[in-house]
Design a protein around this ligand. Sequence first.
Ligand code: NAD
Length: 467
Amino acid sequence: MTLAYRMLSNGRLLDLPATLPVLDPATEKEIARVPDCTAELLDATVQAARSAFPGWRDTPYAQRAERLLALAARIKAHADELALLITQEQGRPLPMAKAEVSTTVHWLRGTAQLVLPMTERIDAQGVRWTTRRVPLGVVAAIAPWNFPLTLAAMKLGPALLAGNTLILKPSPFTPLATLRLGELAADLFPPGVLNVLTGGDALGPMITAHPGIAKVGFTGSTATGRRVMASAAPTLKHLTLELGGNDAAVVLPDADPVKTARRLFMGAFLNSGQVCIAAKRIYVHESIYDRFATAFAEAARATRMGPGTEEGVTIGPIQNRQQYERVKSLIEDCRASGHRFLAGGDIPAGPGYFIPPTVLDNPPEDSRIVQEEPFGPVVPLLRYASVDEAVQRANATEYGLGALVWSNDVEAARAVAARLEAGTVWINALHLLDPQVPFAGRKQSGLGVENGVEGLLAYTAVQTLVG
Ligand code: NAD
């Protein structure tokens, strides 16, 4: 059945022709169509968001926080419906889609607790210096397709809490849960405060160049991040860019090889590897490499791949054809280069963008599979001899998003973690994130900060009152 979804603009759910097809990546069949926002509608929405700005800016902070909680409650009440949409459009197994909806609720609630700092000082001459934080105006949030709802909430929450009005644009590959979020939120905010627009490839660049938009919060690839930055330059927009990563996991010689392999496996293959902070290069000390590799490959063979709606499935399809072709080409490059496969590598005929968990045995450091972000279910295991060497190899990348260290000795692991050039380093843990803790990519993994008070400050400007 083809369903139509409506965009939210200026408090109205628009009944416009839906022209852009949305596919289920497990079947490649069309499951819905969504509208394609025109330049005129974007202009009108920006104008509405600008008109709504003074009223929302002057709404008491506690009331804005309360609206975020109301949105969280509305999402929770529709959790099953939203999770099914995520599975259908994104491909992930339903329990993991449910987890995304819960995380989104948790994020909005946690963000609503954040407090904007204000400082005041009276100097020796009796002059009063007050520095406070004010919202920027109209903010645009541009989200990717891997975690459509949570990554949208990471922008929506702080932007609205700080007193901005918002235009939210999901990826054209995964617009459904986000459009549904707009429908559910339509009566929770004054008209123009929250808007949800969908479109094809032209909409993102129209947003980033729009003179009426003050800031862009963007999550996506590093290549697109560069384009966003260039397009935002003429109007000097504020930017937060959360970009790609090629995260290294360093397994120290004292780690339990079998237990660590089993745990790290999901750290590499969750969401079919389509996670910005997935373990994408796994450095294992030579003394435990073989036992680690055997257990890791066993875990790969034990997964059940299939449509996310099927019970017991742990690995769904790749989200879209473009990404599927990219991951396939990396696997073909591994084969052509003679790298040894420990698991996977055989890609079934369609329909569906399915690629089994694929594990490579110690390919050369300069191979594509080590150097590039695969963003799919293919992971190289890499043998190292000394910790200094592992740190040097882990840091030898343009990316600096996350990293992982595994050891029985937490202090030794923390010492290694401190030497890794990454915004977040997990120690014996997988990808814990918290709405109250800042998250930021270093090097070409990003610009600015998301989450925590620092993330909230990124949706404000400083205003100092003197006297
Ligand atoms: P993408 O860069 O292709 O697209 C992201 C969003 O940008 C989509 O909404 C897309 O429509 C839009 N867009 C595309 N071109 C644009 C342009 N020129 N101007 C403005 N907007 C444009 O990314 P993707 O393929 O959807 O997501 C995968 C990438 O995102 C991976 O590299 C992954 O590591 C990264 N990612 C990073 C984080 C993080 O927090 N750092 C989180 C999730 C994903």
